[in-house]
Design a protein around this ligand. Structure first.
Ligand code: ADP
Length: 322
């Protein structure tokens, strides 16, 4: 009998998820397996919202942002009864395994389903790059490039008006996007959850820089979403410096758009590797990148690892800032 696997995308979407879905579907079909596309994360599994995929089901999607399988959060699946129902659905469907593309929340679901007896493979798809067991998560490169492009545009207008632009970038729990983007756009300051910040010092530096010989009159401050103080930061800086400070929240634009080459290629490699594992009957693994190469690690072990902050890069930012 042909092996049959499922594929779903779950949690926050990320550009490049489509490339991963495509790789899973095409690899599995090439290897003589059947593939079930499950819609809207674990919801589709519980509600019977799925379809048999063909090679043509994923035609033309590698360059598209978002996910053709749609994504959602599924509260029912967080409860043991939800996982049990998911396992029963997999058995009814004759699934020999599922590839789950998502972030650490989605991986917890995959770990539970694996423990219930359904082999699951997690592929990291999140713009936050906040999963320790992998050097890279699909969507990160595209999100960084999108944010950089947007902030470059803001710099133009901030410069023309001698303004301070306070830009909030995504990262509810992690400041990785903020620090890297701050370097890329040549920001004057970056504020993240992981490191304490001193608005008095930032304001004093802005005044000093403005009054210096080559006086700089426009400023860019990058703030990670998780700090939750973007409006207050802008207001305080304006009060302390007298420099007009405007807030821009980049928001969900950072999640969209056509994935970069890096995202497409890594997503394809990860999707391919995930299918190879399921083909051998191996489940309960996360596919990741280590020393630049695709590898896999036990789901629980990978989930238990905590990602340290990029302190070295944070320091490089401040040492190279104006
Ligand atoms: P992400 O995968 O991007 O981190 P979430 O944290 O929202 O996104 O998780 C996505 C989905 O994964 C949840 O809606 C839920 O269906 C499932 N999930 C999250 N945490 C768990 C858990 N502890 N046990 C089982 N399923 C979970």
């Amino acid at each position: 009998m042909k092996k049959r696997i499922g594929v779903l995308t779950s949690g926050g979407d990320a550009p490049g998820m489509n490339a991963a879905v495509r790789a899973v579907a095409r690899t599995a079909i090439s290897k003589g397996m059947e593939v079930v596309g499950i819609k809207r994360g674990y919801n589709g599994l519980l509600n019977g919202d799925y379809f048999m995929m063909e090679k043509s089901s994923v035609s033309g999607i590698i360059k598209r942002g978002g996910t053709c399988l749609y994504t959602a959060r599924c509260l029912e699946f967080v409860k043991p009864e939800g996982v049990l129902k998911g396992k029963e659905r997999c058995e009814e469907l004759g699934l020999d395994g599922i590839v789950v593309i998502g972030g650490d929340g989605s991986f917890r679901g995959a770990a539970d389903l694996s423990a219930a007896g359904i082999p699951c493979i997690g592929i990291p798809g999140t713009i936050d790059n906040d999963i320790q067991c992998t050097e890279y998560t699909i969507g990160y490169d595209t999100a960084l490039n999108t944010a950089t492009e947007m902030i470059d545009k803001l710099r133009d207008t901030a410069q023309s008006h001698d303004r301070c632009s306070v830009v909030e970038v995504m990262g509810r729990k992690a400041g990785f996007i903020a620090v890297n983007v701050a370097i890329a756009v040549g920001a004057e300051a970056v504020i993240t959850l992981e490191r304490p910040y001193d608005l008095d010092a930032i304001a004093a530096k802005m005044i000093k820089v403005r009054n210096s010989k080559n006086g700089k009159h426009h400023f860019l401050i990058v703030v990670a979403e998780g700090v939750g103080q973007t409006e207050n930061i802008a207001r305080s800086l304006q009060e302390m410096t007298g420099i007009e400070s405007r807030v821009t929240v980049l928001g969900h634009v950072q999640r969209g758009g056509s994935p970069t080459l890096r995202d497409r290629v890594i997503a394809t490699e990860m999707g391919y590797h995930a299918v190879e594992l399921l083909e051998q009957g191996i489940g309960n693994r996360i596919v990741g990148l280590k020393d630049g190469k695709v590898y896999d690690i036990d789901l629980q072990e990978g989930l238990a690892m905590k990602k340290p902050f990029i302190d070295d890069r944070y320091d490089i930012f401040y040492d190279t800032a104006y």
